[in-house]
Design a binder for this molecule. Sequence first.
Ligand SMILES: Cc1cc2nc3c(=O)[nH]c(=O)nc-3n(C[C@H](O)[C@H](O)[C@H](O)COP(=O)(O)OP(=O)(O)OC[C@H]3O[C@@H](n4cnc5c(N)ncnc54)[C@H](O)[C@@H]3O)c2cc1C
Length: 466
Amino acid sequence: MPNSLNPEPAGYRDVSFWMDTVPGPLAQRPPLGGDLDVDVVIVGAGYTGLWTAYYLTELDPRLRIAVLEREIAGFGASGRNGGWCSALFPASHDQVARASDQAAALAMQRAMIATVDEVGRVCEAEGIDAHWAKGGTLVAAVTPAQVERLRGSVAAAREFGLGEEDIRWLDAAEATGRVRVAGALGATYTPHCASVHPARLARGLAEAVERRGVTIYEGTPALALEPRAVRTPHGRVTAGVVVRATEGYTAELPGHHRAYLPIYSLMIATEPLGQDFWDEVGWARRETVADGRHVIVYAQRTADGRIAFGGRGAPYHLGSRVAPRFDREPKVFEDLARTLVELFPAAEDAKVTHTWGGPLAAPRDWFSSVSFDRRTGLAVAGGYVGDGVGASNLAGRTLADLITGTGSELAALPWVGHRSREWEPEPLRWLGVNAGFRLAASADRVENRRGRPARRGDLLDRLLGH
Ligand SMILES: Cc1cc2nc3c(=O)[nH]c(=O)nc-3n(C[C@H](O)[C@H](O)[C@H](O)COP(=O)(O)OP(=O)(O)OC[C@H]3O[C@@H](n4cnc5c(N)ncnc54)[C@H](O)[C@@H]3O)c2cc1C
């Protein structure tokens, strides 16, 4: 429970279905009360900041750690996401291998796979009831073009070194036996994913790090990251190490404007669906579900029997602006509701009870990274695009090793110290990114018409740096 007397500020329940259904009050912890000196100051109380704090306390319980959060813990993407705790990494296997070598790329993938269970382990150990259910991921192919592309992805994974136990192709009967996605011609299946209630995870983690002696100052924006210091309106925090964990909001920090592109992902949640729906559709293991289109959609069956369904399609805003009004785009919500019914026609009459969205962060080459510069004391992790639920845990463990100088195999993974180039200045950035988004939508339309993969899809991959 937060050690705060502040009343629950209006509006935090509206952030997402998940924040609306988190147990207990969303009271704001007290802000920073003046200048402070600590060993490590972390900016941002999402998964990245909280996991980093968590593993630092594991490695050195004596460290004095402060977390500065502008709103409340879990306010950002960590309290809004689709709840896929997956082993996905946004850069392709080839791209990671090109930046390192084949063995290192495989080690990175294996580390991501192990991370899914690590999140489950900590939830269990810390009593965080995040509705963690490891049902794997099913990606349905609903057009011949998607069959071709998804089968190709299984073949590529095999060549890369992943086995049947990591990812395999299911024929139509097997696929629909797990989850009845309308029109599925087959699907890929990987067991390496758990469904979670993302806000329960974020809020539970915040309480876990507090129990370990970390102080979280909420309502405390970082105005600037300086060498071994953070400036806020309430005082200056000096520290040997400053951790930047601001993901989709990073562009707002002076000096970090072009590091990541904020991309909006939007979601809807239905009312709880009746047993007749689940009898028809199956979905018994709470698998995370998607189909093979270019404009990504993602679904989970929530613990209380709803479908939480999200997707891209919202525009990028000039100047990398992030604002609450961008969380809600009626046109995208309509598209999501329509796609949900296309994939699950039995949900046609289900009411949509919640709509929301939020910013995630894309580096220029889609290659997430973790780094620590001992000379300046600045540590950074992020750029997970849509795959940060698992990756932020690995990032937190890795940053803790790097900061404490603990020698580990994590510190040798190829995302450590990776540098993406900066995004282009405006208006080039706006023109290029929104053209890329339109290309993805038109590639899907072409595929639906012609039934074979669109060449625009290849162009899109190149644009995205894959
Ligand atoms: C709608 C949506 C769906 C997604 N679905 C999935 C999914 O299913 N699976 C998956 O793996 N990933 C998904 N993602 C991505 C995933 O949620 C993120 O990668 C992950 O939560 C990032 O965690 P974080 O701690 O780095 O960032 P955040 O959770 O965004 O945390 C950053 C925090 O920093 C705070 N902050 C920002 N600026 C300042 C400042 N100047 N001073 C103080 N505090 C500041 C913010 O308030 C915020 O709390 C999704 C994202 C969105 C938006």
